[in-house]
Design a protein around this ligand. Structure first.
Ligand code: PRP
Length: 174
């Protein structure tokens, strides 16, 4: 797919190599029992499936839908759960899997909510991190790539639902 508005920021090869590293690191960090992945719809589905396959251990997967209003513009963005989990988190080692952390509003809210479900542990893995944009503090245990404040699409990330199925992460030029 050639699109003059797209500039490759992180190639598919680099993404897949980094995911293999993350899979090995996370597998080492959780030596026992299954690990529960919570994938935040929709963008993280691509990262989640590749990361799950890079893991050298049992992984359970579940999905959560979130909608945010005023996201990225104010720190008071309202967050609503549109699809809740099927599996109980009580006593589980839980890893929230995200495609990108931007303002941090979504994950800041989500982490507080998930803590109330009494997991044994709760951490975040994000493929991309835009630290310059942070409005709310979020501690991300596993980061694929830190990126500058540019609008990116591909590998799950969209612009008006387009571009999610690109293999590379690309900057959408204005
Ligand atoms: C993206 C991303 C995170 C959130 C991060 O989702 O997947 O959930 O934004 O932004 P924040 O740190 O500013 O809260 P988006 O709302 O674009 O939904 P999508 O994954 O369905 O495209």
């Amino acid at each position: 797919m050639t699109d003059p508005n797209l500039r490759v920021l992180i190639s598919s090869e680099r993404i897949q190599a980094r995911i293999r590293e993350l899979g090995e690191q996370i597998s080492r960090d959780y030596p026992e029992g299954p690990l529960h992945f919570i994938c935040i719809l929709k963008g993280a589905t691509f990262f989640m499936t590749d990361l799950a396959r890079a893991m050298k251990r049992d992984v359970y997967v579940d999905f959560m839908g979130i909608s945010t209003y005023g996201k990225g513009k104010t720190s008071s963005g309202e967050v609503k759960v549109t699809k809740d989990l099927d599996i109980s988190l009580e006593g589980a080692n839980v890893l929230v899997v995200e495609d990108i952390v931007d303002s941090g509003v979504t994950l800041n809210y989500l982490l507080h909510m998930l803590q109330q479900r009494k997991p044994r542990s709760l951490r975040i893995a994000a493929l991309l991190d835009k630290p310059e944009r942070r409005l709310r503090p979020v501690s991300v245990s596993y980061v694929g790539f830190q990126i500058p404040d540019e609008f990116v699409v591909g590998y799950g990330l969209d612009y008006g639902e387009k571009y999610r199925n690109l293999d590379d992460v690309c900057v959408l030029e204005p």
